[in-house]
Design a protein around this ligand. Structure first.
Ligand code: ADP
Ligand code: MG
Length: 373
């Protein structure tokens, strides 16, 4: 018996000879929250279709809790504990929020619990508890039709949870949501992850950053790479897939770029002046291997537009060469200097303080000319 909740071995799915999934291998531990990303057509939805039994593999195996679920019909896989939330909400618009949840709770009870003579007490989720979880208690008696798109998404996630699935599959839950709704859905998934195994497919990188622990990147039907958000974002293969061309920077250079950019972005945006400092300097420092500086500048900029978020705590490990850390320090000082007129402590200043702790450079290297002389 395997201890994995999901184990996928050498899975291929062909549609008339076209391989939507191509020798894909994947596994996941119980209790994990896994995010799967990848460009359009990478095979993400097909991947979920195979797990739920909607699509049959051409080759390979899918083991759910150690059990081979190939050839098991869709409705039985659902009963085994695989719940899926589709991209568009499927709630009963003319029923209230509470009625929708009640239906979901009782669907589980009547079809499964009663038939199998199971006691539902301990497992049974109460409508009240579910309302609380999805943050819709104040709207319990409102018709679902009156909910916002984001609230409908949360309701549907609640309806899914009502059926006590062991594994939750969630396909693009924040497509088309406002920033605030996106964050709410993220918080909900993080809360559910405490007691469920969850796979989330997502495009929105801000959202992925909010919830991701371990990320799997799919490309052309196979796993391109796996790791935490930081590893993924610095992986040249991933950058190539997302930007459509091979990056001319090394992972180490990307790390330098992102760290400096994270100081500049501390107030939520990289201003034109800050962008110029970063691009002018780094396109010079990084050129060399024959790449056109103008092209390199564009590449750096494209990359920054994907967003930056850096944990400053482990910089000595992540940027092992002192020379590189000094470069980060120097450029960060230039960025801080841009804000010299602002009252302290401005955001960049705070980021800079954290950066200093993370860089662990000799104290002599640290001097910001605060007075401008
Ligand atoms: P993603 O969700 O990552 O965008 P999909 O899994 O939807 O990707 O699709 C992967 C590839 O398989 C795409 O090229 C798509 O056109 C193709 N595909 C998906 N479903 C079918 C199908 N039923 N018949 C033929 N081709 C399909
Ligand atoms: Mg899809």
């Amino acid at each position: 018996m395997t201890s994995k909740i999901l184990e996928i071995q050498d899975l291929t799915v062909s549609f008339d000879g076209f391989r939507a999934l191509n020798h894909l291998t994947f596994s996941m531990n119980p209790g994990e929250l896994r995010v799967i990303i990848g460009p359009n057509g990478a095979g993400k939805t097909t991947f979920l279709d195979v797990i739920t039994g909607k699509v049959q593999p051409t080759e390979g195996r899918v083991l759910f809790q150690g059990k081979d679920i190939r050839k098991i019909p869709e409705y039985r896989i659902a009963r085994l504990g695989v719940g899926r939330k589709f991209q568009t909400p499927r709630v009963y618009l003319n029923l209230t929020v509470a009625e929708n949840l009640d239906l979901a709770v009782n669907r589980k009870k009547s079809v499964w619990g009663t038939l199998m003579g199971q006691a539902t007490g301990a497992e049974q989720r109460s409508v009240g508890g579910l309302l609380e979880t999805i943050g819709l208690t104040p709207k319990a008696h409102l018709a679902a039709a009156l909910l916002s798109h984001g609230e409908k998404q949360r309701l549907e996630i609640g309806m899914l949870v009502a059926q006590s699935p062991t594994l939750l599959l969630v396909d693009e839950p924040v497509a088309g949501l406002t920033d605030e709704e996106t964050e709410n859905v993220g918080d909900l998934l993080l809360a559910l992850a405490e007691s469920h195994s969850i796979i989330v497919i997502e495009h929105d990188m801000e959202f992925v950053r909010q919830i991701a622990r371990k990320v799997t990147v799919l490309h052309q039907g196979s796993v391109l790479c796996e790791g935490n958000m930081d590893q993924i974002q610095n992986d040249p293969k991933v950058i190539e897939v997302y930007l459509g061309e091979a990056p001319s920077l090394s992972p180490q250079q990307f790390k330098i770029l992102r760290t400096v950019a994270a100081v500049a972005a501390a107030d939520g945006k990289i201003s034109e002046t800050e962008m110029a400092i970063i691009l002018d300097n780094l396109s010079q420092v990084f050129k060399g291997s024959g790449s056109d500086p103008q092209h390199l500048r564009q590449e750096l900029q494209d990359y920054l537009l994907q967003g930056v978020e850096v944990d400053f705590a482990n910089l000595t490990e992540e940027i092992p060469k002192q020379e590189d850390r000094e470069l980060v320090l120097r450029l960060s000082q230039e960025i801080v200097a841009v804000h010299r007129q602002e009252p302290e402590p401005f955001w960049e200043w705070q980021a800079y303080q954290e950066l200093l702790r993370g860089l662990n450079l000799p104290i002599t290297a640290i001097s910001v000319d605060e007075d401008g002389d």
